[in-house]
Design a protein around this ligand. Structure first.
Ligand code: AMP
Length: 592
C-alpha cells in the first residue's frame, strides 16, 4: 500500500517509507544535478590534491571546474597503464588516489588482450550499494506486490587473481557479491532471492548454477521475477535447464543433491531446502520433456511479472530469444554501470527495451561528455576542449562518456557512446548507443576489428597452399551459447582435411582473455566457426552494396555483418563449414 502522501514523490507514490526516502534522494540529486556535480568535482580534487597524478598538472590545490578543465587532459586506459602497472607492482605511494587502493577491478574491456585493471578504493563499495538501493524503490512504482514473493536471480562470481604486490584482481560483481554489503545484507522483503549466498559464492560455475536452478524450481510458485545481470546469462540458465532437467527432477523427487555438487557450504545450506517432492518432479519432467520450450519461463515460474536483465547495447540481440522463452514478458533494464564507476539507473524500468534511458546519478562521479563525431575526436587534447558538463548536454545528440572518479581516474574515456533522450529534472537521460570499436560480442566479450584482423592473420599462417583473400564475421546467437562465425574466401588449393578446424582454434587462441575465459571457464561462448564461401562472393557483396548506393571508390569490406540480405547472400555461397574442435588456452593469470 502507498504510504502517506506527505512522503509522496514526483516519480509516483512510494511503496513504503524506505522507498520514499530513496525516491526523495533521486529527486534531490536530479533537481540539483549541476551543483551536485560541482561539489563532487571539488571533493575529488581536494582529497586527491596530493596525488602524483594531479600534482603533475600543477593544479596547486584548485578545485574549481575552470582550472580542472584547463589543466587536466582527457585520457584513455593506455595513457594510465604505466601508473596502474606501478600500483599493481606494489608502489603504495599516492599515485592516482589519496585513499589506499583496496583491490583491482578487472573490466571486460581489454587492453593488449588482457582485462583492464581498475584500481578501486574501499568506499566505492558504498557508492555502488547506494545505487543498488535505489533500484527496488523505482521498480515498486511500476510493479506492486514484489514483497510477496522472491526473485530468481542467476548470479555468479568469477575467478580472482593477485597482482605481483598481492592486491586482489577480480570483476566488480565478484567483488560486490563477496563483500559484507551483499553477504550480510539486512532482510528486505522486496529483495528476497531464491538463491542462497553459498550458491552464488561458489566459484565452480556448474555447482553454482545447479544449486541456483534447484532452489528456483523448489520455489517456483513464489518466484515473481527472473533475472541475471545480462540477457546472455539468463539464456545460459535456460540452456542449463535443457541439459540438466532430468537430474534436477531426480533430486527433487528424492530430496537429494547431485553428487557433482561437492562444495561443502552448498551441501550444508541445502539441507535446509531439500525435501522429496514427487509432484514437483513430475511437473518438471512433463514440461521439460516436451520438444517445444516456448514460454518455458512462465510455464515453470507462472507468477513471474518481469525479467530483470540488461537487454540494451550488445545484449539487444537476445530480445527475440528471451521473448520466445518468456512469452514476451516485460524486460526491465534497471541500471547502467561499469568497473570504473556505477553510472545511473532507469527511472522507467518497465518501458520497452528500445526506449530504455538511463539517468546518470550526479553523486556517483564527475561526468563530462565528448560530442561524438568520428573525425574530430582523434586528437585527445583538441577534443578535450569540446567536453561538456552533465547539465549542458543537448537532447538528440550523441556523446562519449568521460569520467572523473573518487578512486582517481581523471577525465577518463569509458568508451561508451550515449544519446540524450530527455531530462529528469536537471539530470539528462541517456540511451546506450554502443561501445566504441566493438565488432563482435556474445557475452561479456568485446572483440574489436584489430583483434579480429590479427586472429585471421595468425590462423591463415596455417594455410600452406592457400590464402584468405577476404573475410567478414558475425555473432551467431541463434543457438545457446552463441558463437563467432567468420566467413573466409580462399584463393589457391583447398586445404587438407582438418586444417580449417585448426584455423578455428588458432583464431580463438588469438582472441583476448575475456573471450577465452567465456569460452573455457564460463562456457558462455561456443566453438568458433569458419564458413568458407565460394570464389567471387565478396565481389558480389560489393556489387550489392553499390546497388544500394555505396560509392565504388569508398567501399570497404564490412568486417562484421548483421543485415539479413547480406547474411543470406553469404550463407547461400557457403561451400564448407568448420568448427574449433577443442578449447583455447585460458588461465586466470594475466600476461603482463
Ligand atoms: P565492465 O567494465 O566489464 O564492468 O563493463 C562495463 C560496460 O558494460 C559499460 O561500459 C558498457 O559498455 C556495458 N554496460 C553496462 N551496463 C550496461 C547497460 N545497462 N546497457 C548496455 N551496456 C551496458
Amino acid at each position: 500500500m502507498a504510504v502517506d502522501s506527505i512522503l509522496s514523490s514526483p516519480l509516483g507514490p512510494p511503496a513504503c517509507e524506505k522507498d520514499a526516502k530513496a525516491l526523495q534522494f533521486i529527486e534531490e540529486m536530479t533537481r540539483n544535478a549541476d551543483s551536485v556535480q560541482e561539489n563532487v568535482l571539488a571533493q575529488i580534487l581536494a582529497r586527491n590534491a596530493d596525488t602524483e597524478y594531479l600534482k603533475s598538472f600543477n593544479l596547486d590545490g584548485a578545485t574549481d571546474r575552470h582550472t580542472f578543465k584547463s589543466k587536466i587532459p582527457m585520457v584513455t586506459y593506455e595513457d594510465l597503464h604505466p601508473l596502474i602497472q606501478r600500483i599493481a607492482d606494489g608502489d603504495r605511494s599516492q599515485i592516482l588516489s589519496s585513499h589506499p587502493v583496496s583491490e583491482f577491478l578487472t573490466s571486460s574491456g581489454t587492453s593488449a588482450g588482457e582485462r583492464k585493471l581498475m584500481p578501486t578504493i574501499k568506499e566505492e563499495l558504498d557508492r555502488r550499494q547506494l545505487l543498488y538501493s535505489l533500484l527496488m524503490p523505482v521498480m515498486n512504482l511500476y510493479v506492486s506486490g514484489l514483497d510477496k514473493g522472491k526473485g530468481l536471480y542467476f548470479l555468479f562470481i568469477k575467478s580472482e587473481t593477485k597482482t605481483p604486490s598481492g592486491l586482489v584482481a577480480r570483476p566488480v560483481l565478484t567483488s560486490y557479491y563477496k563483500s559484507d554489503h551483499f553477504k550480510t545484507r539486512p532482510h528486505d522483503p522486496y529483495n528476497v532471492y531464491t538463491s542462497p549466498n553459498e550458491a552464488i559464492l561458489c566459484p565452480d560455475s556448474f555447482q553454482s548454477m545447479y544449486t541456483q536452478m534447484l532452489c528456483g524450481l523448489y520455489d517456483r510458485h513464489q518466484v515473481l521475477r527472473v533475472g541475471a545481470v545480462f540477457a546472455s546469462g539468463l539464456l545460459r540458465a535456460i540452456r542449463f535447464l535443457q541439459l540438466n532437467w532430468k537430474q534436477l527432477a531426480d533430486d527433487i523427487r528424492a530430496g537429494s543433491l547431485n553428487p557433482k555438487v561437492t562444495d561443502p557450504s552448498i551441501r550444508h545450506c541445502m539441507t535446509r531446502i531439500l525435501r522429496p517432492d514427487p509432484e514437483l518432479a513430475d511437473f518438471i519432467v512433463s514440461e521439460c520433456s516436451e520438444d517445444n520450450w516456448e514460454r518455458i519461463i512462465t510455464r515453470i515460474w507462472p507468477n513471474t511479472k518481469y525479467l530483470d536483465v540488461i537487454v540494451t547495447g550488445a545484449m539487444a540481440q537476445y530480445i527475440p530469444t528471451l521473448d520466445y522463452y518468456s512469452g514476451g514478458l516485460p524486460k526491465a533494464c534497471t541500471m547502467y554501470a561499469s568497473s570504473e564507476c556505477y553510472f545511473g539507473l532507469n527511472l522507467n524500468p518497465m518501458c520497452n527495451p528500445s526506449e530504455v534511458s538511463y539517468t546518470i546519478m550526479p553523486n556517483m562521479a564527475y561526468f563530462e561528455f565528448l560530442p561524438h563525431d568520428n573525425n574530430k575526436n582523434k586528437n585527445c587534447s583538441a577534443a578535450a576542449a569540446r567536453l561538456v558538463d552533465l547539465a549542458d548536454v543537448e537532447v538528440g545528440r550523441e556523446y562519449e562518456l568521460v569520467i572523473t572518479t573518487y578512486a582517481g581516474l581523471s577525465r577518463y574515456r569509458v568508451g561508451d557512446i550515449l544519446r540524450v533522450t530527455g531530462f529528469h529534472n536537471e539530470a539528462p537521460q541517456f540511451q546506450f548507443v554502443r561501445r566504441k570499436n566493438v565488432l563482435l560480442s556474445i557475452d561479456s566479450d568485446k572483440t574489436d576489428e584489430a583483434e579480429l584482423q590479427a586472429a585471421v592473420e595468425r590462423a591463415s599462417r596455417l594455410l600452406n597452399t592457400t590464402s584468405v583473400v577476404e573475410y567478414t564475421s558475425y555473432a551467431d546467437t541463434a543457438t545457446i551459447p552463441g558463437h563467432y562465425v567468420v566467413y573466409w574466401e580462399l584463393l589457391g588449393r583447398a586445404p587438407e582435411a582438418g586444417v580449417l578446424e585448426r584455423c578455428c582454434l588458432e583464431m580463438e587462441e588469438a582472441m583476448n582473455s575475456v573471450y577465452r575465459q567465456c569460452r573455457v571457464a564460463d562456457g558462455s561462448i561456443g566453438p568458433l566457426e569458419i564458413r568458407v564461401v565460394r570464389n567471387g562472393t565478396f565481389e558480389e557483396l560489393m556489387d550489392y552494396a553499390i546497388s544500394r548506393g555505396a560509392s565504388i571508390n569508398q567501399y570497404k569490406v564490412p568486417r562484421c555483418v548483421s543485415f539479413t540480405p547480406i547474411m543470406e547472400l553469404l550463407d547461400s555461397r557457403v561451400v564448407s563449414t568448420h568448427f574449433s574442435l577443442s578449447l583455447p588456452h585460458w588461465g586466470p593469470h594475466r600476461r603482463r
